[in-house]
Ligand binder design. Structure first.
Ligand SMILES: [Zn+2]
Length: 360
């Protein structure tokens, strides 16, 4: 299909309000778009949220936003081993506030999802963090396990709340169906290739199994434009780029939370029996670029701060901060004690499930 030529006047600087500028199309044959496999991009931004150099580009066909230079797996491993927690969360050490927030997030995810999932199903989390989310599902009767690269996070999960979290990489697990549900919460944007990750997950799920994916929505109000981009977020999704990629990798949307302007994308996807057969990727992604430009062009600093829900969000954040400051230490002690008591009183002392491993 031939693409319609775009009105260059209209594209001159659609991001003036956002303080960004859109570069001319340039082709980089060594960088294939992870969604549509094309190689023509436009620069969108040259700095990360801290003002450090980071070139972010938008695919000229499908509108997928990513780093102009995708890091290698080795570069990403080095980043996560040495710089991630400090650079992204502003702290290298685990604090009670952080643990309390992770537990509350787990409760929110469980509250949203549990009604769609039968108990006793095998649930697995990629990027399980502190293990709080899988622990909450486990306490509700699910068989749970997860993987997490951060050593201090694994230690907390294994030693304090006794959640089954190990250090394997998603790509090292044997590609056979072994789970009914997989959680991918604020993780897909960190992969060098989200397509590769979704295909690996497709192989790990039983037919009809489900994937819950949650990530920031670059088309929504998740931050002011100056704070959009970060080295850890290799790809920045919109509702249409995420669902197109999911479809290509063999998933259908089962349930969605929020809308196109929500700060985060939240989808429960169902694994179809065959991945991506007969899908016309060009057709599936054809208006993605225009749609993304249209969505991003009004996302200015002013628009972010003067929208209806802003004050409500700030008040909620302040309230959460005050609760965390005054209660986090006691809260963490109580969940650790509760998890250890539950484990001590388990009638069936069989070990918690772990993912199957590749044969040596
Ligand atoms: Zn593309």
């Amino acid at each position: 299909m031939t693409k319609q030529p775009r009105n260059s006047e209209a594209l001159e600087n659609p991001f003036q309000a956002a303080g960004l500028s859109l570069g001319a199309p340039t082709t980089n044959p060594s960088k294939e778009c992870d969604l549509c496999c094309k190689t023509t991009y436009r620069t969108l931004c040259r700095q990360d949220r801290h003002g450090n150099p980071l070139e972010t580009a938008i695919c000229d066909h499908c509108g997928l936003i990513s780093h102009a230079k995708i890091p290698t797996e080795a570069e990403l491993s080095d980043f996560y081993a040495h710089r991630y927690r400090k650079s992204y969360h502003g702290q290298a050490e685990l604090s009670p506030r952080r643990i309390m927030r992770a537990w509350k997030k787990g409760q929110r995810v469980h509250g949203d999802l549990a009604k769609f999932l039968p108990r006793s199903t095998r649930l697995f989390e990629v990027g399980a963090g502190l293990g709080c989310t899988i622990k909450i599902f486990e306490l509700d009767g699910f068989e749970t396990s997860g993987i997490e690269p951060g050593r201090s996070f694994q230690n907390f999960a294994q030693e304090k709340i006794l959640a089954s979290v190990s250090s394997e990489s998603l790509f090292d697990l044997p590609p056979i169906p072994q789970f009914d549900v997989i959680l991918l919460i604020h993780v897909i944007e960190h992969f060098a290739s989200p397509r590769r990750a979704l295909k690996a997950i497709h192989q790990l799920l039983h037919p009809g199994g489900q994937l819950y994916v949650e990530c920031p929505n670059v088309a929504g109000y998740f931050a002011t434009p100056k704070r959009w981009f970060h080295y850890a977020h290799v790809h920045n999704f919109t509702p249409w780029t995420l669902t197109a990629l999911a479809k290509e990798c063999g998933f259908e949307v089962h349930q969605r939370w929020g809308n196109d302007e929500s700060a985060n994308l939240k989808y429960l996807l169902t694994r179809s029996s065959t991945p991506s057969q007969g899908i016309d990727v060009e057709e599936l992604t054809k208006s993605g670029f225009e749609k993304t430009i249209e969505a991003l062009k009004d996302r200015s600093f002013t628009a972010y701060h003067f929208r209806k829900s802003y004050l409500k969000e700030r008040a909620k954040k302040l309230q959460r901060y005050l609760v965390e400051m005054t209660q986090a230490k006691r809260f963490v002690q109580s969940i650790v004690t509760m998890c250890q008591e539950v484990e001590a009183n388990r009638v069936d002392p069989t070990p918690l499930p772990t993912p199957l491993r590749r044969a040596a």
